[in-house]
Design a protein around this ligand. Structure first.
Ligand code: SF4
Length: 284
């Protein structure tokens, strides 16, 4: 039976993108190929907020005790090895059982599954079929992979997803790739973060859309440039702009500006409902 290292598994409302407002189970896998230490920092500088937390990592026994950060990656504990002990390896059985405990009716109804991270399309692609084929997952109709858009699908997983989408008892299941492509404000290198051919491949399997985190006019110019590259490669999906801000003070500073930018340019706006609703606490 497959095992997955799980940073968090919780039930909440999807706060971002296409399924904003939909009751959702979040399966946050451990591991990421990026650090995104540039978020919320002046251009060219990297956040050291997490380093300070890591120095006292022993103090924290559960996720809920970890401090939130206002710069860098707001889900740092889902990939930073200094916090790896907070993420257990769970079998597909254990994950499916836990999901049935946390959803309101003890079985899938209208809830949607979000597989997020970290970067959920790293090595765990080999483990998902076991979980998605589990008898307790039969009622699941919609799934989203929240990815940074840098990981190719393996041919085995691609084939599995195509079949899973059409398997009984549902004539069709909906597979979505929410691609949060990382612009230079993340601190990551363009040539490693903007990989249009990878994202175009997701469209062969399901619906894919791009979601850019925007803090400044320069970020928007970078997003325009990236959109051009994705379109040139044949990407057909929607594009969302989303305000930066894992904490309310930062989010509130630029949500309106980003909404205006989206409207002015005929793009979609994604909120971050988890910030005003739940203060972006762990488990939301
Ligand atoms: S890709 Fe996502 S999870 Fe990974 S470091 Fe960047 S923001 Fe964090």
């Amino acid at each position: 039976m497959s095992k997955i290292k799980i940073a968090e598994l919780f039930y909440s409302i999807q706060g971002e993108g296409r399924y904003m407002g939909v009751p959702s189970v979040f399966l946050r896998t451990f591991g990421c190929n990026f650090k995104c230490a540039g978020f919320g920092m002046p251009r060219g500088q990297l956040s050291t907020e997490v380093d300070a937390i890591a120095q006292i990592a022993d103090k924290f026994k559960v996720y809920e005790e970890l401090p939130l950060v206002s710069t860098g990656c707001d889900s740092y504990a889902s990939w930073d090895p200094r916090f790896k002990d907070l993420s257990p390896m769970l079998t597909s059985d254990a994950i499916a059982d836990r999901i049935c405990e946390i959803i309101p009716h003890g079985e899938w109804k209208d809830e949607h599954l979000v597989i997020t991270g970290g970067e959920p399309l790293l090595g765990w692609q080999r483990a998902y079929p076991d979980l998605l084929d589990h008898p307790k997952m039969r009622g699941l109709k919609e799934i989203t992979f929240e990815t940074n858009g840098t990981q190719k699908l393996t041919s085995e997983f691609k084939l599995f997803l195509k079949q899973w989408a059409q398997n009984p008892p549902f004539a069709s299941r909906e597979i979505t790739f929410s691609v949060s492509a990382k612009l230079p404000c993340s601190g990551e290198k363009w040539e490693e973060a903007i990989l249009p051919e990878v994202v175009c491949e997701y469209e062969e399997v399901g619906t894919a859309y791009l979601k850019f985190v925007i803090a400044t006019e320069q970020d928007f110019k970078d997003a325009e440039c990236a959109i051009g590259a994705y379109r040139a490669a044949g990407f057909k999906g929607h594009v969302y702009l989303m305000p930066v801000g894992g904490v309310e003070s930062v989010y509130a500073l630029n949500n309106r500006t980003v909404a205006d930018l989206a409207m002015k340019n005929g793009l979609r706006y994604s909120d971050r409902l988890q910030v005003p609703l739940f203060k972006n606490e762990w488990g939301t």
